[in-house]
Design a protein around this ligand. Structure first.
Ligand code: ADP
Length: 190
């Protein structure tokens, strides 16, 4: 199996690039943010809970997120592999993901980290707010909080995969096609 983690701060382009990669490699795309938003739309209990955190730019608690992710992974019959987008966001999530994949006789192949500096991220999120309708994109204070949470809780996940020799940094500045090419090069080199 080819199991990719697409990593990077809010606004780095994970969703856009995931679309490209799933097409090329026939992978299952699991975006925890998208799954939470679908639950909010469907007014499920999980959605109500997730919304109370997301609207403030906080992380949904690990236990809730991990259980949801596990059930999405287990739903797939004979997958070629996965792209994890927006997960893992904490070291506890990374450990849980390793265990889950290990139980399935597989593992993470590579962590591809899109690197984009903070001012560019803020610009992109401001532009996205005009089209996305996302509450968490609309307010600069919430964007600020998401970046803070990223630096404190999510950035350390890099070390977890670096320790396993799986971390690859990718320059996330350039055209969408250029960045896709960089990602493909890194995948080909696995
Ligand atoms: P972005 O990367 O642009 O911030 P996402 O769609 O990945 O957007 O995430 C939106 C929000 O959903 C996060 O700010 C957080 O509240 C919640 N969320 C998504 N994935 C996770 C996760 N793995 N753990 C905890 N919360 C999450």
């Amino acid at each position: 199996m080819l199991n990719i983690i697409l990593f990077g701060p809010p606004g780095a382009g994970k969703g856009t690039q995931s679309e490209r990669l799933i097409e090329k490699y026939g992978l299952v795309h699991l975006s925890t943010g998208d799954i939470f938003r679908a639950n909010i739309k469907g007014e499920t209990e999980l959605g109500k809970l997730a919304k109370s955190y997301m609207d403030k730019g906080q992380l949904v608690p690990d236990e809730v997120t991990i259980n949801m992710l596990r059930s999405e992974v287990e739903k797939q019959a004979d997958p070629k592999g996965f792209i994890f987008d927006g997960f893992p966001r904490t070291n506890a999530q990374a450990k849980a993901l390793d265990e889950l994949l290990n139980d399935m006789g597989t593992e993470i192949s590579i962590m591809l980290a899109l690197e984009v500096e903070e001012n560019e991220l803020k610009e992109r999120l401001k532009k996205r707010a005009e089209v996305s309708g996302r509450v968490d994109d609309a307010d600069p204070a919430i964007i600020e909080n998401r970046i803070k949470v990223y630096d404190a809780e999510t950035a350390p996940v890099k070390d977890f995969y670096q320790g396993q020799g799986k971390y690859v940094g990718i320059d996330g500045i350039g055209s969408i096609d250029e960045i896709t090419s960089r990602l493909n090069e890194a995948i080909m080199a696995i």
